[in-house]
Design a protein around this ligand. Structure first.
Ligand SMILES: Cc1ncc(COP(=O)(O)O)c(C=O)c1O
Length: 337
């Protein structure tokens, strides 16, 4: 099957499988796993932070960060369309006992004025504001510019707030901006990025921040049941993700642009070119996406068949230009029936 639903579907490469089979491992709860240590220090170096912590998923990285930065009863400033708010099972309320001040994003960015407005003054009635969460690249497909990140950082520091970055696709953002990931991360206190999306590892994310922050997060991870033992098996794939797969993301971005160009020629489909920063193409159509998805599935293609009029097509390491041409041909066939 050729799977266009998401970059989370990427399979580990042959090189990863070999490295996993040969990984030197130890008990990581005792901090004895050399491969995980190597992954965590590489992640810290690439994000410009003091330390890293391997976690099971992007969700765990984000929620562990919120748990580590905040106290129960705090209010955190979060984008209304963010992954943290919408797709993490309401975990911030359950795990950290915090509430959200939601800000509507414009092109992935919470307006600076609205962020400032969301910061609480000291008052007996108010919760404490303690954290701002950003998402870069944003789930809308937009990449947040560096000067925007700096402006949010300045606001946070003026008000003694921390910033966490959901960088599930941090390296896609860095590729788009043509900077090292550390340039983006200099304006946040902590960052989570995923190894298991466009970087093709089978499992895992890394949370990075100061040594003190990571020390505290390590205890939180244990509490959540995320202390893993011979996890260097996964770390070995993660190292290849960071050393090798980050370098090929540009190819996915170019393939997304190629796909968008082809889709744009189909009159029933509107491509949202304004959100074409990374490896995702957003389309609107009068076509019935559910029926299209069923049709494509029969022909060996998995497609996100939303019920609405808008859907997302993702390209990644397991999608070639030929696969894109195949998809276009089949969409045209579906329209002609
Ligand atoms: C922007 C963003 N943040 C966080 C996550 C969570 O990652 P995971 O599925 O590994 O929990 C995702 C997953 O798709 C995501 O797109």
């Amino acid at each position: 099957m050729i799977d266009f639903r998401s970059d989370t579907v990427t399979k580990p490469t042959k090189e990863m499988r070999l490295a996993m089979a040969n990984a030197i491992v130890g008990d990581d709860v005792y901090e004895d796993d050399p491969t995980i240590k190597e992954l965590e220090s590489l992640a810290a170096k690439m994000t410009g932070k003091e330390a890293g912590l391997f976690v099971t998923s992007g969700t765990m990285g984000n929620q562990l960060s919120i748990y580590t930065h905040t106290s129960r009863g705090d209010e955190i400033i979060v984008g209304s369309k963010s992954h943290i708010k919408n797709y993490e099972v309401g975990a911030s309320a359950v795990i950290s006992g915090v509430s959200y001040h939601l800000v509507d994003e414009v092109e992935g960015m919470m307006p600076l004025k609205s962020i400032k407005y969301g910061i609480r003054e000291q008052d007996v009635h108010y919760p404490d504001s303690s954290l701002i969460c950003l998402e870069n690249a944003h789930g809308s497909g937009k990449v947040l510019p560096i000067d925007y990140m700096k402006s949010v950082y300045d606001i946070a520091k003026e008000n003694n707030l921390k910033i966490h970055l959901d960088g599930a696709r941090l390296f896609n953002a860095a590729t788009f901006l043509k900077v090292d990931a550390s340039v983006i991360c200099q304006y946040v206190d902590s960052v989570t990025f995923c190894l298991s999306k466009g970087l093709a590892s089978p499992v895992g994310s890394v949370l990075c921040g100061s040594k003190q922050f990571i020390q505290k997060a390590r205890r939180g991870r244990k509490m959540l049941g995320g202390g893993m033992r011979q996890v260097g098996i996964l770390g070995a794939a993660g190292i290849i993700s960071l050393k090798e797969m980050t370098k090929r993301l540009e190819e996915d971005h170019q393939n997304a642009t190629y796909l968008a160009g082809k889709l744009d020629k189909i009159k029933e489909i509107d491509v949202d070119f304004s959100s074409l920063d990374i490896n995702m193409v957003f389309i609107k159509s009068t076509l019935d996406f559910m029926k299209l998805a069923d049709f494509l599935f029969e022909k060996g293609i998995v497609f996100a068949g939303n019920r609405g009029k808008r859907t997302r097509i993702a390209v990644h390491n397991d999608i070639s230009r030929e696969n894109i041409d195949q998809l276009i041909e089949l969409i045209n066939e579906f329209i002609s029936i």
